[in-house]
Design a protein around this ligand. Structure first.
Ligand code: SF4
Ligand code: SF4
Length: 178
């Protein structure tokens, strides 16, 4: 008799604990969005790891900071990176990244001595073939800067450059970068 009552109490306790946990998540702020009617707030993407991108240059934004040291390519466990040094100083002539092989481990970002690469926040990337995941990051950097310059180009007057920087690009908006 006592055992039966004890079992009933344990079951009731378990039920109450389960309902508390369920209620906590039921009333907590929603973490997911009803895509494509809604998109994730860009501020919530700070820690998101999208495909790699080259960081903007310090003086000339469209000029990569990469010094072709090959540290990223050598340390990459997925063999995703191909960097070829060009003829202009230490700048690379080729910087190709295969996102289909990347496990987003971050080793390349950490090892880079020039802070030349980082994870993008491209959350809504869609492709129809694996080949499209092989990315020319030098071309990508130039396109991003042309679409959304953050500061005047070295040979452009300050006023014109600032005007362009104030207007978010279509590409950046599509990728949730604004
Ligand atoms: S994040 Fe990791 S797997 Fe991806 S390119 Fe960098 S080192 Fe390679
Ligand atoms: S580690 Fe950095 S500087 Fe070296 S090749 Fe890679 S991106 Fe360029």
């Amino acid at each position: 008799m006592i055992t039966a009552i004890w079992d009933q109490l344990k079951g009731l306790y378990s039920l109450i604990v389960g309902m508390i946990v369920t209620g906590r998540y039921f009333f907590a702020p929603q973490k997911t969005v009803h895509y494509p009617r809604k998109v994730v707030d860009p501020e919530d993407l700070a820690a998101y790891r999208g495909p790699l991108e080259l960081t903007r240059g310090k003086d000339d934004e469209s000029r990569t900071r990469c010094i072709s040291c090959q540290m990223c390519a050598k340390g990459c466990p997925g063999n995703c990176i191909k960097v070829v040094k060009g003829t202009e100083g230490k700048l690379p002539s080729t910087w190709v990244y295969d996102f289909s092989l990347c496990c987003l481990c971050g080793a390349c970002v950490e090892v880079c001595p020039a802070s030349a690469i980082d994870f993008s926040h491209r959350l809504y990337l869609v492709v129809t073939s694996r080949e499209e995941l092989v990315m020319d990051l030098l071309a990508d950097l130039k396109e991003r800067v042309a679409a959304n310059p953050l500061k005047p180009a070295p040979d452009v007057p300050a006023a014109a450059g600032q005007k362009a920087a104030d207007a978010p690009s279509a590409g950046a908006a599509k990728n949730g970068e604004v």
